[in-house]
Ligand binder design. Structure first.
Ligand code: FER
Length: 284
């Protein structure tokens, strides 16, 4: 990393940690995940992580994604798919490097707490020459362009490559920070494609609350809309704004304020746990 890059990310981290938000002890908060939920357990079946490469007509390149298939994955059965997005400094490896998504899911399956699903971890920066090392203004259009790449290129690729259920009830979109903003923007804009949407500590790329809902009645038909943030995260106001607007519009959603939570993977791993054990289930 160049010194410029280090300075850029140090600046972002400082801004994110220097929270002025007061602790909201009266705010709704789900019970924390149980001890060990993110620790590798011996003697349980494990899912598999693999790399796939798809042709992106949007970007004009072959692009990579990580794919998790659950324990006992059987190509003669069909599965729902969770598309799980990374943050501004990451790529398709961020969740597996820092968030142990395979461990969290393996443990949920060992305890029969989640519906067997495929999890796709894409690179949410859809451009030929933009990397995590570029300044935010240069990256932002690439994060927005991922909507097209996801809908036109990645989802069709996954649906022809894996044995998946290809309907809105069987597609979920969630992500952290920049990827949380993408999930809310794209999810609420494509309600025919996704029935389950999650924004974890969503960043300021989230559309302003007044512009986030394209169709209020259609949004009410989401099976799950999960919005969560730590109350010590410098970006908490983004999630607070989304929650206030959803309440005002009477859109059902799960609002989870992680008391003491900052802008980090401790929070995002717990969000994945909460989201994964609700998604594709009968009752959110
Ligand atoms: C910003 C601050 C943080 C922003 C994005 C982020 C688009 C993203 C942070 C992350 O993904 O961790 O002003 O603007």
């Amino acid at each position: 990393m160049s010194t410029h890059t280090v300075a850029l990310f140090a600046g972002i981290l400082l801004a994110l940690s220097a929270s002025t938000a007061p602790a909201q002890s009266d705010a709704p908060s789900l019970p924390a995940p149980p001890e060990g939920y993110d620790t590798r357990r011996d003697g349980i079946d494990r899912g598999k992580l693999e790399t796939v490469e798809y042709d992106s007509t949007t970007v004009g390149l072959k692009r990579k994604a990580q794919v998790y298939t659950p324990p006992g994955f059987d190509r003669n059965r069909t599965y729902p798919v969770l598309y799980l997005l990374h943050g501004i400094g990451g790529d398709e490896h961020e969740w597996t490097r820092h968030g142990a998504p395979d461990v969290i899911l393996d443990n949920l399956y060992a305890d029969q707490q989640a519906v067997p699903m495929i999890v796709v971890l894409p690179n949410g920066r859809a451009a030929q020459d933009v990397t995590a090392r570029d300044p935010i203004p240069k990256q932002s259009p690439a994060f927005a362009a991922f909507e097209q790449d996801l809908l036109t290129d990645l989802i069709p690729f996954i649906e022809k490559t894996y044995s998946v259920k290809a309907d809105r009830e069987s597609r979920a979109l969630a992500g952290l920070s920049m990827g949380g903003g993408q999930s809310l923007n794209f999810g609420l804009n494509n309600l025919d494609t996704f029935a389950w949407v999650g924004g974890f500590s969503s960043a300021p790329n989230t559309r302003p609350p007044a512009k986030l809902l394209k169709d209020v009645d259609a949004t009410k038909k989401l099976r799950l809309l999960y919005v969560a943030c730590g109350d010590q995260d410098g970006l908490f106001r983004v999630t607070q704004g989304v929650h206030a607007m959803l309440d005002e519009q009477q859109v059902p959603h799960v609002y989870n304020v992680i008391v003491g939570g900052r802008h980090d993977f401790k929070v995002w791993k717990s969000d994945l746990y909460q989201f994964a054990r609700r998604v594709f289930q009968g009752t959110p």
